[in-house]
Design a protein around this ligand. Structure first.
Ligand code: NAD
Length: 252
């Protein structure tokens, strides 16, 4: 059988990059998408993958991405909706444009990509959709109104698509990590320090790791291994799940 083809969004950095590396090593054919053209293209060259630049906040880019992905490979077996961003601000100061961009990239784009790639997955009788949600799909934290709302919504999309996909061999799951060592988290430390009135070095210990049993940041490769497993035939009965990789955060 030819290798399966996976489209990974937000593959230029962090978790998307780690998933792309793990999947390249496992022999998948990869189509990588990101807003960051030069980083994305460099990753694609290194992993012998194709790169498609896209701003997933835009409907036309989402459509173009899916059209090009289907043209390039005939089919997309696996969709990893991973691209994301964060804004940390109290509700009263939360700007409309930040709200709209977070919802567009992390909730509306996964819906649009799922909708566009669904008919081909359905026709082939096999598909895997992995939505990179967050622990913030399950619990909230202050000052992250748009992020928490987008991720809770993404879990709703995951469950609905899982119910529709079951009879067609399509599984749809959400991975829910707590704080992973990526640029998204590194960039957030200064913002969190400002809104909580803490020094930056106190943020990791007092805010990020406070609810967790395992007191360290998660490594991107740990999450990538779970994504890889979800793509396998061994995971065919896991669907509609919200899988925490959270160091025990939600155990309490
Ligand atoms: P990151 O900032 O390292 O990578 C995010 C990638 O998404 C970047 O390459 C960025 O260019 C891309 N992106 C952002 N906006 C885009 C857009 N409009 N169009 C296309 N690409 C866009 O962050 P990360 O930590 O790797 O986050 C990846 C995903 O994991 C996000 O959905 C995030 O919410 C989720 N997540 C991260 C953590 C964490 O602690 N790092 C925890 C839980 C969930």
């Amino acid at each position: 059988m030819p290798p399966r083809t996976a489209l990974i969004t937000g593959a230029a950095s962090g978790l998307g990059l780690a998933i792309a590396e793990a999947m390249a090593e496992a022999g998948y054919r990869l189509l990588l998408a990101d807003l960051e053209q030069s980083d994305g293209a460099a990753v694609a060259r290194r992993l012998d993958a194709s790169f498609i630049a896209a701003d997933l906040a835009r409907a036309d880019d989402c459509q173009r991405l899916c059209d090009r992905a289907l043209e390039a490979s005939g089919r997309v077996d696996i969709l990893v909706n991973n691209a994301g961003l964060q804004r940390v601000s109290p509700i009263e100061d939360f700007a409309d444009e930040d709200w709209e961009r977070l919802i567009a990239v992390m909730l509306t784009a996964p819906f649009r990509l799922t909708r566009s790639l669904w008919p081909a997955m359905k026709a082939s009788g096999w598909g895997r959709i992995i939505n990179m949600a967050s622990i913030h799909a399950l619990v909230a934290s202050p000052h992250k109104a748009a992020y928490v709302a987008a991720k809770h919504g993404l879990l709703g999309l995951t469950r609905t698509a899982a119910l529709e996909g079951g009879e067609h061999g399509i599984t749809v799951n959400a991975i829910c990590p707590a704080y992973v060592r990526t640029p998204l988290v590194e960039n957030q430390i200064a913002d969190q320090a400002r809104v909580h009135g803490l020094a930056e070095d106190e943020v990791v210990e007092k805010i990020m790791l406070a609810p967790a049993a395992v007191k360290r940041l998660i490594e991107p490769a740990e999450v990538a291994q779970l994504a890889l497993f979800l793509c396998s035939d061994a995971a065919a009965s896991i669907s509609g799940a919200a899988l925490p990789v959270d160091g025990g955060w939600t155990a309490r």
